[in-house]
Design a protein. Sequence first.
Length: 153
Amino acid sequence: MTTNQNSTNPINILLVEDNPGEARLALEALKESRLKNKLFIMEDGEEALFFLYKKGKFSDAPYPDLILLDLNLPKKNGLEVLSIIKHDTRLRRIPVIILTISSAVEDVLKSYNLYANCYITKPIDLAKFTEVIKTIEDFWISTVKLPPEDSGQ
């Protein structure tokens, strides 16, 4: 198994989720991880973009290695955020996983047309939601080789 982890650098995960309960569940699931990770939670699309562009209070924000993005967000919705990320040469290589309650074919198509790396419909069951987060971690953090921050264009 290839790993992105080395013993000193945690994986930085940006979770863009407006539901505090689901954000807390993701945090708890990732706390149980055998890999070091740091979860940054943004509650709306605009705040996520401030984080990604290191604006205001996020001037020292780390580069995220992975983004978990809900579609139904206040201020800027997930599709708008995804479009901005994937059209920016500095951000487009960050894997973006759509993690949303919507299973609408239109949302799935729009997300992939905007270059989402994968689309996952959130399970309603709490245990299954935790399992999904662990599966994301196992694949995207433990298995996949992620691009470095300074990977250029």
